[in-house]
Design a protein around this ligand. Structure first.
Ligand SMILES: Cc1ncc(COP(=O)(O)O)c(C=O)c1O
Length: 514
């Protein structure tokens, strides 16, 4: 940990800047002091350093730099303790009954449901359906939305595959499938193109727009104003909030998407295996469940081959709920509320800003940039997910899978690959349909490494990248560990993957030796 991590500086932002300005001029500041100078808001988040010690001590005890919060959040020690105490002090039975043990479970599940609705300021307006994860929530919408010939599913090119997969239900029912493109190089949704598509919907049919509040690829925060705009044009909206809510407030009084999808482990690490679909009550009657199951019917008969679906959320929760884990959701939400989502957002923004500038400043001995960033280069309209590729001094791509291994040897957890978001990656790398076909022409046995090789021969393109992401327990030392790792790749040539040279600054190939 950086010695300056626990700063004595508690000054107001203005005082701090004034005090440090002479030191900056003289170049006497430590990296942490310089960080505080450039991101004075960080000083207001010192409470999170104490929290890291008391609740996430395992990170520093094991010298781990955890940089994969978009993959999964980390739980506080007290969440697990409180949950274990709850389980050990009570008798919880299957909730589908009226026995004391069953009633006790039902009460806790309903308390957790109410806590979810209250957290998102959605009480009264939304129904909360517990699912396995965000993917399960998206599938519930996809299979129950009344797609038909004449209706449409519109998605942003930037979407997790669990949203992209919704198109298979739409396609099977004859709906039109369309994507709104992204702008380059920032990977924002192209709002003009989106608006044009929204106005082209065939009147009298059901239309569904699906987009992520925050990209799990680039960290871009897509405009939530699109929700109202789409609804005014007669569309229903699915907001995939999985990557947004761990570090941002989602107020469902301020924006009212028809469907919101969430995985709780991304918000507070524990429990896994529980997600949520929030359904706006006005949109609930639109959904038609394609089947029934234990737990979702008020009445079913074999002889009459009929059933009556349970009303509200009960009609969507198939089988037995994960009733021992669901109470841990309330514990997790309480934890997040105690910590303060705005504080987390501030810290993540400061750390992200510092990382972005440090990466952009990295140069090889010959002056060439080392890193190519995908997505916005500043913290405006973006969260704490930063995706990149590294290049050697001649502009040749470094093998990101080897980089993940090397980072792992330094106990840095990050992620590489496509992050289940092919559309954002394709846009970032200018991959075309022809490129995809060239990859597919390799046959069913195509592997990611072979695909990357094929893309290298097609104008030095890359498929996949390296991603770091920040969250609740991140600190300055974590970022510095990654920056030091990245700086260690200066003048590195042994990890070079392809023979094609890429000019990062001008975003073009400069030599193709393949
Ligand atoms: C934006 C986004 N949507 C959906 C998902 C799917 O979440 P899960 O795997 O928990 O269902 C993820 C997971 O990374 C995500 O980042």
């Amino acid at each position: 940990m950086a010695p300056a991590e626990v700063s004595p500086i508690r000054a107001q932002t203005g005082d701090l800047e004034a005090a440090l300005r002479p030191l900056v001029r003289l170049g006497w500041m430590s990296p942490f002091e310089r960080f505080l100078f450039e991101h004075p808001d960080y000083a207001s988040t010192v409470a999170l350093d104490e929290l890291r010690r008391s609740e996430y001590g395992r990170l520093d005890a094991q010298q781990q730099a955890y940089l994969d919060y978009t993959g999964g959040g980390l739980h506080a020690a007290s969440q697990v303790r409180d949950h274990a105490e709850l389980l050990n002090a009570n008798v919880f039975g299957n909730p589908h009954s009226t026995s004391p043990s069953s009633t006790e479970t039902t009460q806790l599940v309903e308390r957790a449901r109410a806590a979810v609705l209250a957290y998102f300021n959605a009480a009264g307006k939304y129904t909360a359906v517990f699912t396995l994860n965000a993917t399960g929530a998206l599938k519930l919408v996809a299979e129950a939305y009344p797609f038909e010939p004449g209706s449409s599913l519109l998605m942003t090119a930037d979407n997790h595959n669990s949203v992209n997969g919704m198109r298979e239900f739409a396609r099977a029912k004859g709906a039109r499938i369309d994507y709104a493109p992204l702008t380059r190089p920032d990977l924002h949704v192209d709002v003009a193109a989106m608006t044009a598509r929204l106005t082209q919907a065939e009147p009298g049919h059901n239309h569904l727009l699906a987009f992520p509040a925050q990209s799990n690829f680039s960290g871009v925060k897509h405009p939530l104003a699109l929700i109202g705009q789409a609804q005014a044009a007669g569309w229903h909206v699915v907001l995939d909030a999985a990557a947004f809510v761990p570090t941002n407030r989602l107020d469902l009084c301020a924006v009212q998407p028809d469907f919101v999808t969430i995985s709780f482990y991304k918000m507070f690490g524990y429990p896994t295996g529980v997600g949520c679909l929030l359904i706006r009550k006005t949109a609930l009657p639109k959904l038609r469940r394609p089947w029934f199951a234990g737990g979702t019917v008020n009445f079913a008969t074999v002889q009459g081959a009929m059933h009556v679906l349970s009303p509200g959320e009960a009609g969507f929760e198939d089988g037995t709920l994960n009733y021992l884990s669901i109470p841990a959701v309330e514990i997790g939400l309480r934890h997040l509320e105690r910590v303060g989502i705005d504080l987390i957002q501030t810290r993540v923004r400061c750390l992200t800003g510092w990382l972005l500038s440090a990466l952009l400043a990295l140069r090889h001995g010959n002056g060439r940039p080392m890193v190519r960033l995908y997505g916005p280069a500043t913290t405006a309209q973006r969260g704490g997910t930063v995706t990149m590729n590294f290049y050697d001094p001649e502009g040749r791509l470094l093998d990101y899978r080897r980089l993940e291994e090397l980072a792992g040897e330094q106990r840095i957890s990050l992620r590489t690959g496509c992050f289940c978001n092919p559309g954002a990656g394709e846009t970032a790398e200018h991959l075309t349909e022809d490129d995809m076909r060239a990859g597919l022409a390799e046959g069913d046995e195509i592997s990611l490494s072979r695909f990357v090789q094929v893309m290298q021969t097609r104008g030095g393109k890359s498929a996949g990248a390296l991603r770091v992401s920040f969250g609740l327990a991140s600190n300055f030392a974590d970022v510095e560990r990654f920056i030091a790792f990245a700086a260690g790749l200066r003048d590195q040539t042994s990890l070079t993957l392809g023979a094609v040279s890429f000019d990062i600054e001008n975003c073009r190939v400069i030599r193709d030796g393949s």
